[in-house]
Design a binder for this molecule. Structure first.
Ligand SMILES: Nc1ncnc2c1ncn2[C@@H]1O[C@H](COP(=O)(O)OP(=O)(O)OP(=O)(O)O)[C@@H](O)[C@H]1O
Ligand SMILES: [Mg+2]
Length: 461
């Protein structure tokens, strides 16, 4: 079997562009017993596709499919031994994850119907011109991309996963450290586990990690393990093959759809134990076997996990596999609670105010010193999500709820010197975040060390 590798991307000029940019990302297997025809097809395809391999018979073709994933298989129908369509029908039962384009010299109705039943995606008559075959492959690739995009969009819409979008804001030490770790681990494909209380930004951090990686232009697929029923989740994740009398069809799982990109398994503690076992194998071997199939598909995928449950306790209680826990806990990033980084409240509130006022088409409400003080005094059990909801609710009501307006019960004074009080709160919070390191706090606040010393002396801090 020969492998022909074209340059990663074909320049967007000349004839190559006529078939769409997606063609340059395609992997194609050519199955034909005639060396002349194989060479002809490879010569046409290799300069325009990412990877082209060839097989001289169905045995070689099966071996090629076992070893790697192909987007398209160009299949000669008449070969000694087994016909292309017979082989295709068999392969569907084992697990066939490509589009098949059938090449045949006999265009009778019977063959066409048979091809349709066997699930061939297209049909090209011999003799053909190079454009015809390139068009057929490009059409297949386009259709696959659209199907995948459509599936993932539907999934995203149905899972209400829209809220964890946007930029990871904050200049507190907690968030700055996390941003630094994310940038450091983004280029690697190691699994990352985000822990932390509800609403602390685990999903937004996971999306940031994906966006910083070289997978950024590939799918980020979030799956909320708590939202899918335990009976359905294995099919949903790994896909399955279903057989009827005529042929075997397949439903690709989210892992397969996410290939090349990142899979975000949220609330991972909720996964049923049998699915945990399968997942462990997938992470270790980076291959998946859809349910009901005997062929595995190689998988290029980064895994990110999140939970606000105590996984160690779940392991103790026997509801979470210990081996899986160790496998996913390579790098654990704990998202700090909002009370631990009060210095970020101002930035976050201002961002939510801007965002929701634009979305709702209403004027933003002023975030007065009194309000900011109140926000800083509250302990935010729902963390950033609670802050976000408060701002959204305020814009709907047209005012900030009274409990966040009157600063009476706040431990910080809000009298004539309230601006100083806000300043004091901010500086002390930053100092806190820097473990009392004044030089570091001065650097972050963009003021001189002397200013901090002077203020602290004034406040007796
Ligand atoms: N640092 C941040 N910068 C900007 N927005 C944030 C930040 N942290 C959280 N948010 C926002 O707060 C909301 C909750 O965040 P997210 O969904 O990431 O939390 P979570 O940790 O996944 O919570 P849960 O455990 O309940 O699923 C989202 O709207 C998110 O955009
Ligand atoms: Mg979440």
């Amino acid at each position: 079997m020969n492998t022909h590798k074209a340059p990663a991307r074909v320049p967007a000029t000349g004839t190559t562009n006529d078939f769409g940019a997606d063609l340059s990302l395609a992997s194609v297997l050519v199955v034909d017993d005639e060396p002349g025809m194989r060479n002809f097809l490879v010569k046409i395809l290799a300069p325009r596709c990412k990877r082209v391999e060839q097989a001289a018979n169905v045995e070689e073709a099966s071996a090629a499919l076992d070893a790697a994933h192909f987007d398209v298989v160009i299949l000669d129908n008449v070969m000694p031994g087994k016909s292309g369509l017979e082989w295709l029908r068999e392969q569907r039962k084992v697990g066939f994850y490509a589009d098949a384009i059938l090449v045949t010299a006999f265009a009778d109705l019977e063959t066409a119907i048979e091809a349709l039943r066997a699930g061939a995606a297209d049909f090209v008559l011999k003799p053909f011109r190079s454009n015809q075959i390139l068009n057929a492959v490009a059409r297949s690739i386009d259709r696959q991309h659209l199907q995948r995009e459509n599936y993932l969009l539907k999934h995203e819409l149905s899972s209400e996963a829209m809220e964890g979008r946007g930029r990871l804001l904050g200049s507190s030490k907690g968030i700055s450290d996390i941003r630094e770790i994310l940038a450091r681990v983004a280029p690697q494909s190691i699994p990352v586990l985000f822990t932390g209380d509800t609403g602390t930004g685990k999903e937004i951090a996971a999306r940031t990690l994906h966006a910083l990686s070289d997978r950024a232009d590939k799918p980020f697929v979030p799956v909320n393990c708590a939202a899918v029923s335990p009976e359905a989740i294995a099919n949903e994740l790994f896909g399955y093959i279903h057989a009827d009398q005529q042929s075997a069809g397949r439903q690709d799982g989210l892992l397969f759809h996410a290939r090349g990109g990142t899979l975000f398994l949220d609330e991972v503690a909720e996964l049923p134990l049998p699915v945990q076992a399968t997942l462990l194998r997938v992470i270790e071997e980076l291959r998946i076997r859809p349910i009901g199939s005997s062929r595995e598909v190689p998988l290029n995928l980064r895994f990110i996990f999140a939970t606000n449950a105590n996984l160690e306790a779940a392991v103790e209680a026997g509801t979470f596999r210990k081996d899986l826990y160790h496998r996913i806990n390579v790098l654990n990033i704990k998202m700090p609670r909002l009370v631990e980084r009060k210095g970020d409240i101002l930035e976050l509130s201002a961002m939510f105010m801007r965002k929701f006022s634009v979305e709702m088409g209403v004027a933003p409400l002023p975030l007065s010193e009194g309000v900011l003080l109140k926000l800083a005094c509250y302990d935010w059990p729902g963390n950033v999500r609670e802050l976000r909801n408060l701002i959204e609710r305020s814009l709907i009501l047209g005012e900030i709820p009274p409990e966040f307006c009157d600063a009476e019960h706040c431990e910080f004074p809000a009298a004539a010197d309230s601006l100083q009080a806000v300043e004091r709160l901010h500086i002390l919070t930053v100092l806190d975040a820097c473990d009392g390191n004044r030089a570091e706090a001065a650097r972050r606040l963009g003021v001189s060390r002397k200013t901090i010393d002077r203020k602290c002396a004034m406040w007796d801090a």
